[in-house]
Design a protein. Structure first.
Length: 254
């Protein structure tokens, strides 16, 4: 038996029994943590707001054997305005779902935690368009997880491709390929999108916006990330419309 405290964000909250909720927390030092919030659905419960998705704060946890119970929480942010815009909420839910599929219990993940908080803050408290913001998150996510896309040389023959107008993207190898090496069905990556990826990798979330010259390959990054994450993503269906639109756009371009 021991009492601990962890900074964490609620990735998922599932109703349990009459008034309880099982929370999936993301702690930058402890990774994924499952903890029961007893009585949190009672209107006067001190855990009422802490037992919601997106709740960020310091959670007091009581551990007994393998079971954890939330005994208190000091909230620092709820990202409440996200609920007022369906697209932004779907996007935020997708970020949580991706983190839930990625982090393991006991795994330290400071970088991914900070990336999540920065992106959620931008999504909630600025007017920055969410599509390039999501693409920027996914791009940095690949860097955090060790499969950052290779953009300068063909991943098959090694040819330098920086001055090529159009290249293709090999989802399995995780990088650009030249025209001679491209395989059937590989998505095209126009110069403006490749430059956007390079920019996104070197800049923070404030810069993840589209311009007429550089624009985010959102559908491509989504496909690239989702094929690496082995579990299906809960919120992917909500964003399904985006992917279809993106595929159409890519088809139109090619
Ligand atoms: Zn090649």
């Amino acid at each position: 038996m021991r009492q601990t405290e962890s900074t964490a964000i609620v990735l998922r909250a599932v109703n349990y029994r009459e008034n309880d909720r099982m929370l999936t927390l993301f702690s930058p030092t402890r990774g994924r943590v499952e903890a029961l919030a007893r009585g949190c659905r009672r209107p006067k419960s001190p855990l009422l707001n802490a037992a919601e998705m997106f709740a960020l704060g310091d959670f007091e946890l009581y551990e007994k054997g393998h079971h954890l119970t939330v005994t208190g929480a000091t909230l620092t942010e709820t990202f409440y305005p996200l609920r007022q815009d369906f697209d932004r909420l779907a996007c935020g839910t997708y970020l949580l779902s991706l983190c839930e599929s990625t982090i393991q219990p006991g795994q330290e993940a400071q970088e991914l935690f900070m990336l999540l908080l920065h992106t959620l803050s931008r999504l909630t408290f600025t007017d920055q368009p969410w599509r390039p913001l999501l693409a920027g998150f996914l791009t940095h996510y690949t860097a955090c997880e060790g499969f950052r896309p290779r953009l300068k040389h063909c991943v098959r023959c090694g040819r330098r491709l920086e001055d090529q107008e159009t290249v293709w993207f090999d989802l399995r190898e995780g990088g650009v390929v030249c025209e001679a090496c491209r395989g059937a069905g590989m998505p095209i990556l126009p110069r403006g999108q490749r430059q956007w990826l390079e920019m996104a990798l070197t800049h923070g979330s404030a810069a993840w916006v589209d311009t007429p010259e550089m624009y985010a390959p959102l559908g491509l990054m989504q496909r690239y990330v989702e094929q690496r994450v082995e579990q299906p993503l809960r919120a992917a269906g909500m964003l399904g419309t985006i992917e279809r639109e993106e595929r159409q756009m890519e088809k139109d371009e090619s």
